[in-house]
Design a protein around this ligand. Structure first.
Ligand code: NI
Length: 555
């Protein structure tokens, strides 16, 4: 049977460059997929020979979105190396910044990076404002938006002026768009509201982070935002913004996720966008001794009843199919993707095809992210999240397994946003209680000169897109080696000598592409993982082995 190769490049424009190549049969069904990180980075090289106390500030520059995640990952990693235990209040402040980032990331991802794979803007213009208001009532009894007439005018003006901005370049009219004009208008109105949400939630991050997107208040040993913590007005401002955010999540985001789950029910039940059913969650964010926001655990093959504990020693990383060569001691940066005439090659079964390294857990590829957290935590009976998952499944008439799909992945992200808001309120109450009892410590005193000169540290954190790990080795009080495995590295891993497909590639297999000149289906699957390629590409071995020589070949 004849096959055809479809190349989509870039899949993402904002967070690094991702390319997908899929091979489809004569019926347009995907037989094989190659997903490639196209941008070499190398931040770890910059970290070498620096003062370990600066690791956070430098690692934060890995990404323009996941800044705080890397900042904290690096600080925690150095604290681990020196066995420094930080005060509880410092942890709460760090969590308050992180939690605000979780909901910012999820809302921005859904509306601004992904929703236009489901929402046909041109169809929304045909909607009746009155019928839209009635439709919105089906998903929440007090919908977030009410003035749909104004939204119609606003979007109509965009179109009339010929300045479509973010709405240009869509596959509008594609048969995979299934929403009615009224449903499209609901989501477009929330798309516009989410722009305001994005601004406000950034202010919440900045209250304790100093500024955003690159916070400044995390230091090895604690946080520096003591004055903010002790100022009731600052705490109030933070809570006020989170309360507003919660309104949007409860009355717009969650209802929209339910709407999609109802309209795309056939796709969910057909398992469209499902990866191999292996999920990794390292857990974390402890509120009280017995209560953790996320449970740790590993799920294999969608078996939710046999969850094993996460074991850091089972994490490995390989380079066979990446544009690195040499052994673990000497990585040669070896880009092989240009033909003689400088045109791009396309991936072959035995070729190198990505800058993203290949992390494995116990030799297997894993999906990481909100879906993994929801599945692991819910299956382990996590009391903090149970009611949120139950309500979503009840309202959409779905089962837990159904969340393992393109549309379900978005549902998991919306559910997580809702329970994170509740968690934030608990954290703030705890912080206020501590302050009332004169527990105002935010940092631990240490003498850097007296710390070990040679040591190693690591941190495993759940961050918005999934599991983030940082590894450091320190020698003569300088960073000797640094390594990062980011959430997108797990999900977008290339095949290795094992031939195993990662979550992105596996989720594409069997996908039917109706019109190969407009592969909307591929975009939808890959975007549902919330790719961050800026974060995904890293150069140093996960075991912290010395990789001191980098050779760069140029044409
Ligand atoms: Ni990132």
């Amino acid at each position: 049977m004849s096959t055809k190769k479809i190349v989509i490049d870039p899949i993402t424009r904002i967070e690094g460059h991702l390319r997908a190549e899929v091979i489809v049969d004569a019926h347009g069904v995907v037989q094989e997929a190659f997903v490639s990180g196209q941008l070499f980075r190398g931040i770890e090289i910059i970290l070498k020979n620096r003062d370990p106390r600066d690791a956070g500030l430098l690692a934060g520059r890995i990404c323009g979105v996941c800044t705080n995640s890397h900042f904290r990952g690096a600080i925690s990693c150095v604290e681990d190396a020196y066995s420094l235990e930080i005060p509880k209040n410092a942890e709460i402040i760090r969590d308050l910044i992180a939690m605000a980032l979780f909901i910012q990331d999820h809302v921005v991802h859904f509306y601004h990076l992904h929703s236009l794979d489901f929402v046909d803007v041109t169809s929304a213009l045909l909607a009746s404002a009155k019928l839209t208001a009635q439709e919105a009532q089906k998903y929440h009894n007090n919908p977030y938006s009410s003035d749909y007439e104004a939204v119609l005018t606003k979007v109509g003006n965009f179109v009339k002026a010929g300045k479509l901005g973010p709405f240009s370049n869509g596959y509008w009219g594609h048969s995979d768009y299934k929403l009615t004009p009224e449903q499209n208008l609901i989501l477009i109105s929330h798309y516009l509201e989410a722009l305001k949400f994005q601004t406000n939630i950034s202010k919440a991050i900045a209250i304790f982070g100093g500024k955003t997107p690159h916070p400044q208040t995390l230091v090895v040993g604690g946080v520096t935002s003591v004055a903010d913590m002790l100022n009731p007005q600052r705490l109030n401002d933070y809570i006020f913004i989170i309360k507003e955010a919660k309104e949007f999540i409860d009355r717009a985001y969650l209802p929209d996720a339910k709407l999609l789950a109802l309209v795309y029910r056939d796709e969910i039940k057909g398992g469209i966008g499902r990866a191999n059913g292996n999920f990794l969650c390292v857990g974390g964010y402890e509120f009280e001794a017995e209560q953790r926001l996320f449970c740790n655990g590993i799920i294999y093959n969608h078996d939710f009843s046999n969850i094993t504990e996460f074991d850091a020693s089972k994490v490995t990383e390989e380079i066979d199919r990446t544009w690195f060569s040499g052994d673990a001691k000497e990585n040669e940066i070896c880009y092989t993707d240009l033909n003689e005439d400088r045109t791009l090659k396309t991936a072959k079964n035995d070729d190198k095809y990505s800058w993203i390294k290949a992390p494995r857990y116990d030799g297997k590829t894993m999906e990481s992210g909100p879906l993994a957290r929801v599945l692991v935590s819910y299956s382990k009976g996590n009391k903090l999240i149970k009611s949120f998952v139950d309500e979503f499944l009840h309202d959409t008439d779905l089962e837990l397994l159904d969340l393992s799909s393109t549309v379900g992945r978005n549902g998991a992200r919306a559910i997580e946003s809702a329970y994170i808001c509740e968690y934030i309120f608990k954290l703030v109450s705890r912080l206020i209680q501590n302050i009332k009892y004169y527990d105002t410590d935010t940092w631990v005193k240490y003498d850097f000169e007296k710390l070990q000169k040679e040591t190693k540290g690591r941190s495993f954190l759940e961050v918005p897109r999934g599991v983030l790990s940082h590894f450091v080795s320190i020698k003569d009080a300088k960073i000797e080696n640094y390594s990062v495995i980011a959430p997108t590295t797990w999900n977008a891993t290339p095949k290795n000598f094992d031939g195993l497909r990662g979550a992105y590639e596996e989720a594409l297999i069997g996908l039917k592409i109706k019109d190969t000149s407009k592969p909307l289906e591929v975009l939808k699957v890959l975007h549902s993982f919330d790719p961050c390629l800026a974060c995904a590409v890293h150069v140093i071995d996960a075991d912290g082995k010395e990789l001191s020589h980098y050779k760069i070949k140029t044409f």
